[in-house]
Design a protein around this ligand. Structure first.
Ligand code: FPP
Length: 249
């Protein structure tokens, strides 16, 4: 994400096999470390390449009509990584906000954050809050950055807030619980993509992904390009979403 060019300089190839476009896509961006290691580079170089790729995929999501993209950038479990990798990921988020915020804002991107602020250093917290504030009126696409995020922590935080608000247990509904999640009010993801070959949810959007379609590919995140996203969208179009119902009766 280093260029200053604006989004949408060309039309995406029309693809007749993509008629249903997911409103909300969540991506588990796995494989950065292996991508770097395969090139004899340090793992953090893979994360940098991963950041560069976010811009490419965000732009393609805009072209395809996706309205919300949630990216898993740092999990509550990632604190267990070597300290230099953790600090490298923190630094990358700060640098990315510093370098890209104006361009994202100019292109109508609204930034949201899912995750806990506690644990993130004060300066980075301010940068995150500033990015949310600066872009709050944008509506072309939402880029929701899951950073210091864990699905179980999110449910726990929601339950704590519900108890603090004194909500009577018998009045609590699924919709209310959803509204207490970090980005309450945003529709649940329709499609969850995992790169890097794994078949796990890894504590990502575990409440919201109850009825999402899943797609996994061995491609490492930095290599997951527009064509790869289209493959996921084509596969999504072949799925029959039943939400627990029996169709065609
Ligand atoms: C997993 O790759 C990916 C992550 C830990 C997070 C993804 C992070 C980025 C794309 C960069 C940070 C994003 C922002 C917005 C600052 P891995 O290291 O587990 O790869 P491996 O499985 O090959 O080791």
């Amino acid at each position: 994400m280093t260029t200053q060019a604006d989004f949408i300089q060309h039309d995406a190839e029309p693809t007749s096999s993509i008629t249903a476009v997911p409103h909300h896509i969540g991506i588990i961006m796995d494989g950065n470390g292996r991508w770097a290691q395969a090139r004899g580079m340090p793992r953090i170089a893979g994360h940098q390449a991963g950041v560069d790729n976010i811009r490419r995929i965000l732009e393609h999501c805009v072209q395809r009509g996706v309205k919300v993209l949630t990216i898993y950038a740092f999990s509550t479990e990632n604190w267990r990584r070597p300290p230099d990798e953790v600090s490298g990921l923190m630094r990358l988020l700060g640098l990315t906000i510093q370098r890209q915020l104006n361009e994202l804002n100019r292109n109508g991107v609204r930034i949201l954050h899912s995750g806990r602020m506690e644990g993130i250093n004060k300066h980075l917290q301010k940068q995150i809050l500033n990015a949310l504030e600066v872009t709050k009126d944008n509506d072309r696409i939402i880029l929701n950055v899951a950073f210091n995020y864990g699905g179980r922590a999110e449910i726990l935080d929601a339950v704590r807030h519900i108890m603090q608000d004194g909500i009577p247990p018998e009045t609590l509904t699924e919709e209310m619980l959803s509204s207490y999640m970090y980005i309450g009010g945003i529709p649940d993801p329709d499609l969850i993509i995992r790169t890097g070959g794994g078949w796990r949810l890894s504590n990502f959007l575990i409440w919201q992904a109850a009825y999402a379609e899943y797609y996994t590919t061995p491609t490492y995140w930095p290599d997951f390009d527009e064509n790869e996203l289209d493959k996921a969208l084509i596969e999504y179009n072949q799925r029959e979403r039943r939400f627990g119902r029996v169709l065609n009766q």
